[in-house]
Each structure stands twice: as C-alpha cells, then as structure tokens.
Design a protein around this ligand. Sequence first.
Ligand SMILES: Cc1cc2nc3c(=O)[nH]c(=O)nc-3n(C[C@H](O)[C@H](O)[C@H](O)COP(=O)(O)OP(=O)(O)OC[C@H]3O[C@@H](n4cnc5c(N)ncnc54)[C@H](O)[C@@H]3O)c2cc1C
Length: 360
Amino acid sequence: MKSLKENFQKAHILIIGSGIIGKFNALELSELGFRITIIDPAKQKNSSDAALGLLMGNMYQKRRGRSWDLRKQSIESWPKWIDLLQKFNYELDIKKPLIQLTTHEEKFKKLEKFVYENNNPNLQILERDSIIIKNINQAFKTKSIKGIISFDDGRINATKLLKTLDKYLKYKKIDFVNEEIIKIRKLDNQWFSTTKNNRDIKSDIVILCNSLKAVDLIDNLSHNIKLKPVLGQAIEVRINDAEVNLLALPKQFNINGKNIIPISKNKLIIGSTDEYSTKPEKNIFEKITNFLDKKPAWLINGKVTNQWFGIRSRPVGEPSPIMKNLGDGIIICTGFYKNGFLLAPACSRWVASEIKNYFS
Ligand SMILES: Cc1cc2nc3c(=O)[nH]c(=O)nc-3n(C[C@H](O)[C@H](O)[C@H](O)COP(=O)(O)OP(=O)(O)OC[C@H]3O[C@@H](n4cnc5c(N)ncnc54)[C@H](O)[C@@H]3O)c2cc1C
C-alpha cells in the first residue's frame, strides 16, 4: 500500500486563478508535496492587485459563527506565514495597530460596548485626550472623532506580499501557465481543464480560485452558487505638506468607513470599503474624501496622484466567502469580497485538510 506522502507526490493539482487565494493555496499544498500548476491569463489587474492589505480580525464584532472562526484561524496563522515569507523578503511584516474611528455617537456606543464586553487588553477605547485622538482631530479640523484601537490587527503591504508570494512560488518550482480555462470536465478519474487555446490540462484535483468566473466553470444549476461583482476603489492623494504632517498620524485607520493610510509626510491612500456600483466613478475624489461633515482645507486642495479599483466577488444568498468541497476532486474558494487578504491563511488551511482527507 502506498504511503500518504507517495500519493501526494504523484497527485497533480490545478489551481485556476492566481490572486491572493490561488497563491496561498498553491504554497500550502506544495508544502505537502503535491505537484501544483496555477493558471491565470492576467496575473495582475485582479482584485488582489488593488487591495490595501488591511487585516481586520480582532476588531470584527461578531464573536461566533463561521465568519469569526475563519478570522480567528487566520489571525493564528498569519505569524507562521510572515516567518516563512520573510525568507524571501525580510522587510515583509504586519504593521500594527489598526484604528477604527467614527463621528457618529450611536456607532461609537456600539464600538464601546463591543470593547467592554470583550475584555481584551489588546482592544481598547481611545480616550478623548489620548495623543492619537488629539492628533487626528487636529489634522482633520474636528472635535468629534472617537474610536477604538486593536493592537493585534494591522496592515500588510499587499503589493509587497503578492511579489513575495511569487518569489516563493518560483522557488517551489510551481508551474505557472498564462492562459484562461474555459471548460472543465471529469473523464476516467481525471480532470481535464481546457484552455482558450484548446489545450487540455490533466489533473487529479481542480481548485477554483477565479473569483467571479468560478461559477462559469461549474455546473451551476446543481451547485446553485451565485456571486455578484462589487467595486472597490482607492486613491493616492498628495497634499500641501505645510498644512499637516501625515506621518504624525497612525499608520492605518478608518474614519466613517473609509480606510486611510498615510504613506509619506504629504501622501496618503484612501480606500472605500462599501461600493454598490461596478463601474469606477468619475468624481471619485469627491466621494471617497466625503467621510466627514466638513473636509479640512488640505484634503479639499489635495491632488490625486494615482487611482485604482478592483472588482470583488460577493456571494448572493449566503455569507462570504464560499469555500466548498463540491466532491469528486473539485473545490471552490471564491466570494471573498472585502477580506481576501485577511482570510487567505484560513482558506489554504481548510483546502489542505480537505485534500488530505480526499487522499486518505
Ligand atoms: C480597492 C480594494 C481594496 C481592498 N482592500 C482589502 C484589504 O484591505 N484587506 C483585505 O483582506 N481585502 C481587501 N480587498 C479585497 C481583496 O482584494 C479580495 O477579497 C481578494 O483579492 C480576492 O482574491 P481572489 O484571489 O479570490 O480573487 P482575484 O484577486 O480577483 O483573483 C482571481 C484571479 O482569477 C483569474 N481568472 C478568472 N477567470 C479565470 C479563468 N477562467 N481561468 C484562469 N484564471 C482565471 C483572474 O485573472 C484573477 O487573477 C480589497 C479589494 C479592493 C478592490
């Protein structure tokens, strides 16, 4: 009888889609000894490429159910991933803490209640006279910003992370095919994935990590998985540095639903978490900077130096994300919507355990 390891080494796994989810799955599975191929026609210009890299785990207010379990598993796994990835880029780390701010009294009361009920020393209410609140109120010319701080949450530089994962994939000799899969079918115990150029790739397992397009490849009537596209946008703004020193502000924070990341003394990134259309808006600067009743002059006069967007997939009729073993050697990981970076470690851990079970 063959050992599990021998089975793993002989098995070929095809991962369709090379965003953050495809890459994490490829690395976790290659550590187990599988032969892995990733296929993607576009490598970049996906949702992962647009991400800000915020990892909001402990700040998540619901502390039970699947969504919390996945966050918890990811929070536990991130340090292991950082250790591993630092071999390929020693600068890669998670910048902490993460700060959530609001000007709405009701919202603040909810945040306060959440912190009191959790009794976690790494999750605190920011006192009105704390230096952080003072600096933020001063910079944004208001007195009404309040919030909480999580010393366990933070941000990883998404671009650096993706590049480091690519280096690691190369080191592990994982095949990358620059094509699109248009059809998959199973014949004689093997999966045949057909590319646009009419080439068949044979594998024992197929993992669908191709976001919105995943549903096009499966028999959707029997699986009944529905996804909708949701835009995510971000801008980089240059300000007149005489008015405010952005580096005196926290490394990353959220005010009334907008993520703000100062990247130098006079440049910051602002990203939007909730968007309802699928087309990037023309007046994005106006909309994305509209998170306070009154904007400070330095923000009104700011100049957009870069802007980008990504289309995230959001499940319809079920919670995000969709991680399902569809049976017969096919697994789907999609619908990560706002949290693909945060949840990538939990996803790859789950996929690995499903595949280990499949071969045992
Ligand atoms: C502006 C913005 C900011 C964000 N900020 C954060 C954040 O701070 N923190 C966080 O956790 N998340 C954030 N997200 C969300 C995060 O980016 C997504 O949840 C994550 O990127 C989803 O990854 P994915 O691998 O599932 O999909 P994708 O990155 O979209 O990758 C899917 C890949 O599949 C490929 N593909 C499609 N069809 C096929 C096919 N037929 N054959 C082969 N390949 C195919 C595509 O080319 C693509 O490369 C943000 C998103 C946006 C847009």
